[in-house]
Ligand binder design. Structure first.
Ligand SMILES: Cc1cc2nc3c(=O)[nH]c(=O)nc-3n(C[C@H](O)[C@H](O)[C@H](O)COP(=O)(O)O)c2cc1C
Length: 193
């Protein structure tokens, strides 16, 4: 089983990466593979379609997803939002029913608003959200700061452990004959009489 870890930072090896790397290590300890997928600036540099296609292809082979974003002005970054808007609008089929989580990386504030915004993609796509013992956030300006955020590191480790548990439980459920819900045709109504 494998989890796609989306690094939504412009910095390939910055704070968000550091948090995702803690998750990757803990997933490995729990027998789950992972891959870090770097979003960078491609979504806002005219490559969003290629980027989203690459992510969707990878997601087809993954059983869960964790999206990490730095906090920019108390929100996920613009490039993460462009990427996720397109990924979730066009590729719900490879995401639906897969467990998901979000991670916010900030120097100081705006983490819970960012966490909430990211989680909204999952809750419109029938994806079970995996949680930890605090809202998933790390603090710092450098990777070293993040590793000093002992509580943040523990939150990432517990998140990874819980993701591994949920993935194994879903797998065990399938083997025991628990069927995945069947998709229904979605009703779309506008608030217009
Ligand atoms: C344009 C911009 C806006 C930012 N806005 C915030 C903010 O609102 N709150 C905050 O705590 N940190 C803010 N930061 C700091 C980053 O969120 C923080 O350093 C983060 O850990 C960087 O993650 P990264 O190394 O993965 O890019 C901002 C940084 C930039 C470049």
């Amino acid at each position: 089983m494998k989890v796609l870890l989306v690094n939504g930072s412009r910095r390939e090896k910055g704070c968000t990466y550091t948090a995702l790397n803690v998750i990757a290590e803990e997933l490995k300890k729990n027998g789950i593979d992972s891959e870090i997928f770097y979003v960078g600036m491609r979504a806002v540099n005219g490559e969003v379609n290629e980027l989203v296609k690459e992510a969707a292809d990878k997601m087809a082979d993954c059983d869960g997803i964790i999206v990490g974003s730095p906090v920019y002005y108390a929100s996920p970054t613009g490039e993460v939002e462009v990427f996720l808007d397109r990924l979730f609008y066009n590729h719900g089929d490879v995401l639906r029913y897969k467990p998901a989580a979000s991670v916010a990386s900030a120097r100081r504030g705006g983490t819970t608003a960012t966490f909430d915004a990211l989680n909204k993609y999952y809750t419109i796509t029938e994806m079970p959200i995996v949680s930890s013992n605090y809202w998933n956030m790390v603090h710092g300006k450098t990777p070293e700061d993040v590793l000093k955020d002992e509580e943040g590191v523990q939150v990432m480790q517990i998140l990874a452990r819980n993701m591994a548990w949920i993935l194994k439980s879903i797998e065990a459920g399938k083997k025991a004959g628990v069927a995945q819900p069947q998709g229904v045709e979605k009703k779309y109504t506008n608030f217009i009489r």
